[in-house]
Design a protein around this ligand. Structure first.
Ligand SMILES: [Zn+2]
Length: 328
């Protein structure tokens, strides 16, 4: 079963989160594999999307943002798009779109960052956002300060956290077809809330890379191998890495509170999207085939409209414009 654990290092300005997604991650993969239109993701995409999913859950758990955290990769290469959305109650969904061949074991740079043109975006979309209110978004390239392509997705996010939030963050991520898992270690800000959108003081900036306790704990965390992260229990991992530290662990999020797959698509939203396309477009599709079929990229659910459904769609007076984003 999927689980999430938070902990503090007693007396030190360092905290951590560990997540293991098992049944919920397998559901994401199974739904995709069952989608007759797309088929299963290639192996390299499964590995990256799993790491992204673990990372997005870790970040949402870390900032406790009241709304959706969306982690998005706009790739240059065969991986065109990868999206993970995590709600504050830890429901999540994920999808990816590829065009062209993805070889087994293909790395981040070849798959999504050719000519250093890939981008990663982190969006915080508050619950009950007012029309016209823009969600907070940060966008980072997939290369480092020296212009070198970043090889591991965990380093993309650590780079982002340092650049935009002045927070030292270490991430260890791993995924296979059974488990997507991650460990996040972060130096706590000296002042104010450790919020992505928060402001940090100069004292925090001065501490970057210099806090001995954080550096020691980060080094320990980085010694965790993918194999250990994917196969060992949480207790074993924390003991193996931090047995010389004093950990204060919080009540884990298990069972119903655990991170879990959930898709928020429904027929009303698809209907609105079709209304946005317009009656003419809908009729031209129906002229060629008996049904308008719209599949959800996240869960594979198919929504079908025949000529009668379509006519009703455009006959209704309560026409709403489509949402500002395809994720709505
Ligand atoms: Zn769906």
């Amino acid at each position: 079963m999927s689980e999430l654990h938070k902990f503090l290092f007693e007396g030190l300005p360092v905290r951590g989160v560990l997540v293991r997604l098992t049944d919920s991650w397998q559901t994401v993969l199974a739904k995709r594999a069952a989608n007759a239109e797309t088929g299963a993701y290639p192996q390299a995409v499964r590995a990256l999307l799993g790491e992204m999913t673990a990372a997005a859950v870790l970040m949402q758990a870390n900032i406790k943002f009241n709304g959706a955290l969306v982690l998005q990769m706009m790739g240059e290469g065969p991986l065109k798009l990868a999206v993970v959305e995590v709600q504050s109650d830890m429901r999540f969904r994920a999808t990816a779109k590829t065009i062209g061949a993805v070889h087994d074991g293909m790395g981040l740079a070849d798959m999504a960052n050719q000519r250093n043109l890939g981008r990663c975006a982190i969006t915080l979309d508050p619950l009950g956002r007012r029309p016209g209110q823009q969600p907070y978004q940060g966008v980072v390239p997939l290369y480092d300060d020296q212009g070198q392509a970043i090889k591991r997705f965990s380093d993309v996010l650590a780079h982002y956290m340092l650049q935009s939030e002045q927070l030292d963050t270490t991430l260890v991520l791993a995924a296979n077809d059974e488990t997507a898992a991650g460990l996040l270690i972060q130096r706590l800000p000296m002042h104010g809330a450790a919020n992505l959108a928060g402001k940090q003081s100069m004292a925090d900036e001065d501490q970057i890379g210099l806090n001995e306790d954080y550096n020691r704990i980060a080094t320990l965390a980085q010694s965790l191998t993918s194999d250990e992260l994917l196969t060992l229990s949480t207790d074993k991992i924390l003991h193996r890495l931090f047995w010389q530290e004093t950990l204060r662990r919080f009540e884990p999020e298990l069972g119903e509170d655990a991170p879990r797959f959930s898709c928020s698509c429904n027929r009303d939203r698809v209907s609105n999207m079709l209304r946005g396309l317009g009656e003419e477009e809908a009729n031209s599709i129906l002229a060629e085939r008996a049904l308008i079929e719209v599949g959800c990229d996240f869960c594979g659910q198919q929504y079908r409209y025949d000529a009668v459904d379509s006519a009703q769609l455009f006959a209704q007076s309560d026409i709403q414009p489509p949402g500002p984003s395809a994720l709505q």
